[in-house]
Design a protein around this ligand. Structure first.
Ligand code: BES
Ligand code: MN
Ligand code: MN
Length: 455
């Protein structure tokens, strides 16, 4: 394939361009980086121009811009819509990085930088695959690209963009590389993502911080109360105690669970990797099921009182926590949020006041393995990796995927190339050069197989 040769002889450039992109700290959550987020969008726009699109624009939103680009070869050809995101999670805590997060370095054949895998590295593979096809006149599909800058903060403006531009975004498949594979020896295609409900709670006790000796014992301590309330949200079997929480949870048949269990998983390796003596989770489910098909509740942050040096004797006025619930098919994130709010308020003792602020949410998604697009993706992996990919359900969330299904009526293909060990969202995030290059190759095969199957 000519495009593969072209890509092989341009590997160095394709890498150095990614490294340039990784130098731009496009942290969507933190407004002090807003200028850098835009710079990243402009950089991508330039690269689309160089790759040979018909049109590319920065679509302005009330938040960060969306980069939209397209190349229409022939309206009778099948159309691939690629989605990705150029924003990244905050790099904090910086002191835990071995090298600065926005000064990418290559060590042991890996790129170390915030966004190296999630999702700049994976998104950029698509621009370069497209470029290889363009430069060799071998693009056999129309290509549309929608690269957003707000995935890590909930994609709220992309939602509006999608609803208002259904026609422009019409396609036969939506191709997304923002998930992971089991390992480089066992490639897989993600066919399920969890949904999300995210809330922030505030518990207020007395109207001011108090001397913990003068008042302690007689006034509710909001941190003690919050801890107890949080602890009560799960029982000893790891079940979530919010009434109605499990009512709509998708129940998998024994056959489906047996099918899932065929994917290789080594519990000892899992524990060793995380340096934990034991795993834990909902009774009656395997580790893979706990992350793939079961809902969860986790505290993501908790604060209050005195956390400075030394000891200050204080009974604080307020305590806070950020709590996420990962959801599974059929659970509705708004409904779950409402259940949480009602339940959390109902379990608060009279001695405190509770407020709950909902953050962004999103629905779970399941992708069919029966479609032509899935077949093309599967064959693309076979060609590039020499193995048939295993369908897996990932525990993470990409809320816009369910929205694509609903609004555009197109099933996305989650052809990600990350590994769990890439440490996305963590210090020292990295992405293997092997995966970056193999990914480009796999995408090139996908275009070919997809156009053959669709025509
Ligand atoms: N790319 C991830 C999601 C992901 C990672 C899916 C690994 C499957 C495997 C995405 O960028 C992400 O981090 N999503 C957030 C949700 C978002 C609403 C902030 C998440 O899952 O926490
Ligand atoms: Mn991502
Ligand atoms: Mn992410």
């Amino acid at each position: 394939m000519e495009a593969i040769q072209h890509f092989e002889s341009n590997k160095e450039n394709y890498l150095s361009e990614l490294l340039e992109l990784l130098k731009i700290p496009s942290v969507s959550a933190d407004s002090k980086f807003a200028g850098d987020v835009r710079k990243a969008a402009e950089y991508i726009k330039e690269k689309f121009e160089a790759a040979g699109v018909d049109k590319v624009e920065l679509v302005e939103t009330p938040g960060h811009p969306i980069v939209y680009a397209e190349k229409i070869i022939d309206p009778s050809y099948p159309t691939v819509l690629v989605y990705g995101h150029y924003d990244v999670q905050p790099a904090d805590p910086y002191e835990l990085w071995d090298s600065p997060p926005f000064e990418p370095v290559i060590k042991n054949d890996r790129i170390y930088a915030r966004g190296a895998c999630d999702d700049k590295g994976q998104m950029y593979m698509h621009i370069k695959a497209f470029e290889s096809l363009m430069k060799t006149n071998s693009l056999t599909c129309n290509a549309k690209f929608m690269i957003e800058g707000e995935e890590e903060v909930g994609s709220s403006h992309l939602e509006t963009f999608v609803k208002e531009n259904r026609e422009m975004l019409a396609s036969d498949v939506i191709l997304i590389s923002d998930t992971s594979i089991i390992s480089n020896d066992t490639p897989s295609i993600c066919v399920g993502l969890r949904g999300l409900s995210y809330v922030e709670v505030e518990v207020t006790g007395p109207n001011r911080d108090l001397h913990s000796g003068v008042y302690g014992g007689a006034v509710a301590n909001p941190i003690n109360v919050l801890s107890k309330m949080i602890a009560s949200l799960q029982d000893e079997n790891g079940h979530i105690t919010i009434p109605g929480f499990y009512d709509k949870v998708e129940v998998l048949s024994d056959e489906q669970r047996a099918e899932m269990a065929k994917a290789p998983f080594d519990l000892e390796e899992f524990k060793n990797d995380l340096d934990i003596a034991a795993e834990q989770g909902e009774a009656g489910f395997s580790t893979m099921e706990r992350t793939g098909i079961r809902p969860t509740l986790d505290v993501n942050g908790i604060w209050g009182g005195y956390i400075g040096e030394g000891a200050k004797t204080v009974l604080p006025s307020k305590a806070h926590a950020k709590i996420s619930m990962r959801l599974v098919p059929h659970q509705d994130s708004d409904e779950i949020t409402e259940m949480f709010v009602n339940h959390f308020k109902s379990i608060a003792p009279k001695s405190v006041k509770v407020t709950v602020k909902p953050h962004h949410g999103g629905e779970a998604a399941v992708v069919s393995t029966e479609s032509a697009a899935y077949q093309a993706a599967s064959r693309a992996f076979e060609e590039a990796w020499g193995k048939t990919p295993i369908p897996t359900r990932d525990g993470g969330s990409i809320p816009i995927v369910a929205l694509f299904q609903k609004e555009l009526k197109v099933d996305p293909i989650l052809m990600g190339f990350g590994l769990d060990s890439d440490a996305i969202h963590s210090p020292n995030e990295s992405y293997g050069l092997f995966n970056y290059y193999k990914g480009i190759e796999t995408i090139l095969h996908f275009y070919r197989f997809f156009s053959e199957l669709e025509r």
